[in-house]
Design a protein around this ligand. Sequence first.
Ligand code: ADP
Ligand code: MG
Length: 146
Amino acid sequence: MKLSSSSPEETEDLGFRFGELLKAGDVVGLYGDLGAGKTTFVRGIARALGISPRDVTSASFTIIAEYPGNPPLSHVDLYRLEDPAAVDDTGIWDCIGGASVCVIEWAERLRGLSNGGLIRVAILDRGEQEREIIIEGLREEDWRNL
Ligand code: ADP
Ligand code: MG
């Protein structure tokens, strides 16, 4: 499914609508360059789970931030993970597929993540404030709700 956004607010809003479809145990991989809008989209997801979007920041040194919500949100940002082999030391496997929704920025750095259950969201910079958002792997019955 392809969506488009013309502003950060619109991207957050699309994240909110997408977030409303998520359930505990869902794993979302976010793809896109620095500044594409991944964290902005995660803020919308957070809002849908009852978490203050302002609490969601671009991780500086934290790789995993956990927020109590309904369901809880684990926000993983692998941007600063220099050694892909070190991913197992981050604790990431503990928050995947548990009672939380797990959202992973730079998911391409995560080796060993099966594509099967993964919902993939790619955000592409189309110039100025235009963004194309491509969503794959969302349950079929949910497509109609977006
Ligand atoms: P990422 O997490 O992908 O690095 P961020 O969400 O942290 O990206 O930052 C996106 C940046 O791009 C912000 O500075 C935001 O203001 C800007 N921006 C411009 N247009 C958009 C848009 N349509 N959607 C999201 N962000 C946008
Ligand atoms: Mg980010």
